[in-house]
Design a protein around this ligand. Structure first.
Ligand code: GLU
Length: 449
């Protein structure tokens, strides 16, 4: 490994030891940049990497809200404005009990690279709260969102920082957040948030975009291997918005998702989550806020495996689409034992570094990284921003076609970047290198600050 890269990783480990997810992502990304740093000593000359691994700013704020019984609660809110070299900070908000500074920081770092990969002018950011939406009423969600935005609104804006959804934040929350922003600012700036409803500046396909984009990317990989998606079986995890989009697009193209998972376990549906009734049931489960996937098994009479993950299933394609560190080394070994050729990450950092390295060293195995595969979501967010500033609405077909084109381009740019450094068909390194170069060039052009 390049000595400078090694030094920067060591220093991040020292400084951020209490933020394991952040250290994990830095180690993964920087390691694959080693050949680029070898070839470009100018980066070390201005110590660019040390700057790239620190957010431009990150802040914490308190969010106080009142539940339906009149009791007050204090949660922590965060926003990390990681890198604004190529555009306004852009990235989602995550509401989940386990949210902490390390999780927000890793997500914001990944977002910086992902956004660069889309080719759109967006910097990277992320935010959220340790607020747990499970079991909360609509009125409680509303009060929480209003309080959250009251603390955040001064620091965001269409040209400053544009939040969106992530886990625990979807159309409903974005609506409440936008309503509060508008009330506080007295200004109609709908470009301040993406993932909005269609009646107030949303974009067609935004809810489906991450899942659709992931399947479009998968299609590019299959094309590269001379295979077709038709008839393929997919093991996915999660049952949220992203998984829903995957099920829908896979079904449309003749493939089937046979597993879903939740914090309670996983379900196996050999018929596939293919019918309209089954696909429509996913948003119903999300909106129930029960956070249980067993509801699907009960409704459609399929097998439910409590407290297990779906990674032991024999399928054609694995798509972890739930959350970080969902696939540990044991699961990676089971995937390899089952001779599965396609490991397509969808959720942000779903694989631990040792599991990822193990999968990547298997001959014949193809690993696609989440920052490329799930970039369709933020791509359509960029389209939403364009539509807002142009004050018009593109059709569903227009957005969908543009999304397809961007996913193909992301795949191709990753292939080219890896080839340039003699790494072969290495989509993981390719995505890291392509996005690094874009952000690095912008930072270098703007002066080494
Ligand atoms: N949270 C999503 C992501 O991880 C979407 C971000 C956005 O649309 O800004 O990319």
């Amino acid at each position: 490994m390049n000595a400078y890269v090694k030094r920067v990783i060591e220093s991040v480990k020292l400084k951020h030891g209490r933020e394991p997810e952040f250290v994990q992502t830095i180690e993964e990304v920087l390691t694959s940049l080693s050949p680029v740093i070898d070839a470009h000593p100018e980066y070390e000359k201005v110590d660019l990497l040390s700057r790239m691994v620190e957010p431009e700013r990150m802040f914490t704020f308190r969010v106080v809200w009142c539940d339906d019984y009149g009791r007050y609660h204090t949660n922590l809110g965060y926003r990390c404005q990681f890198n604004g070299a190529i555009g306004p900070y852009k990235g989602g908000l995550r509401f989940q009990a386990n949210v902490d500074p390390g999780i927000i920081k890793f997500l914001a770092f990944e977002q910086t690279f992902k956004n660069a990969l889309t080719g759109m002018p967006m910097g990277g950011g992320k935010g959220g709260s340790d607020f747990d939406p499970t079991g909360k009423s609509d009125a409680e969600i509303l009060r929480f969102c209003q309080s959250f935005m009251t603390a955040l609104y001064r620091y965001i804006g269409p040209d400053i920082d544009v939040p969106a959804g992530d886990m625990g934040v979807s159309g409903r929350e974005i609506g409440y957040l936008f309503g509060q922003y508008r009330r506080l600012k007295g200004n109609y700036e709908n470009g301040v948030l993406t993932g909005k409803g269609m009646s107030y500046g949303g974009s067609y396909t935004r809810p489906e975009a991450t899942g659709f984009g992931a399947v479009y990317y998968l299609n590019e990989v299959l094309k590269h291997e001379g295979e077709s998606i038709e008839g393929k079986t997919i093991a996915a995890s999660g049952f949220g918005n992203v998984c829903w989009g995957i099920c829908m697009k896979a079904a449309e193209l003749g493939a089937k998702v046979v597993t879903l998972s939740g914090p309670d376990g996983y379900v196996y549906d050999p018929e596939g989550v293919c019918t309209k009734e089954k696909i429509d049931f996913l948003p119903t489960m999300i909106n129930s806020r029960r956070n249980r996937v067993k509801d699907y098994a009960d409704k459609f009479g399929c097998e439910f495996y409590p407290n297990e993950k779906p990674w032991g299933r024999k399928v054609d394609i694995v798509m972890p689409s739930a959350m970080q560190n969902d696939v540990l080394i044991d699961s990676a070994k089971r995937i390899v034992k089952n001779n599965i050729k396609y490991y397509i990450e969808v959720a942000n950092m779903p694989t631990t570094n040792d599991a990822l390295a193990y999968l990547m060293e298997q001959p014949g195995m193809i690993v696609a990284p989440s920052k490329a595969v799930n970039a369709g979501g933020v791509t359509v967010s960029a389209f939403e921003m364009s539509q807002n500033s142009e004050r018009l609405t593109w059709t569903f077909e227009e957005v969908d076609q543009k999304l397809k084109d961007v996913m193909a381009l992301i795949h191709q740019n990753s292939v080219d970047a890896a080839a340039e450094y003699g790494l072969g068909y290495n989509l993981v390194a390719g995505a890291n290198i392509a996005s690094f170069k874009k952000v690095a060039d912008a930072m270098m052009s703007q002066g080494p600050f």
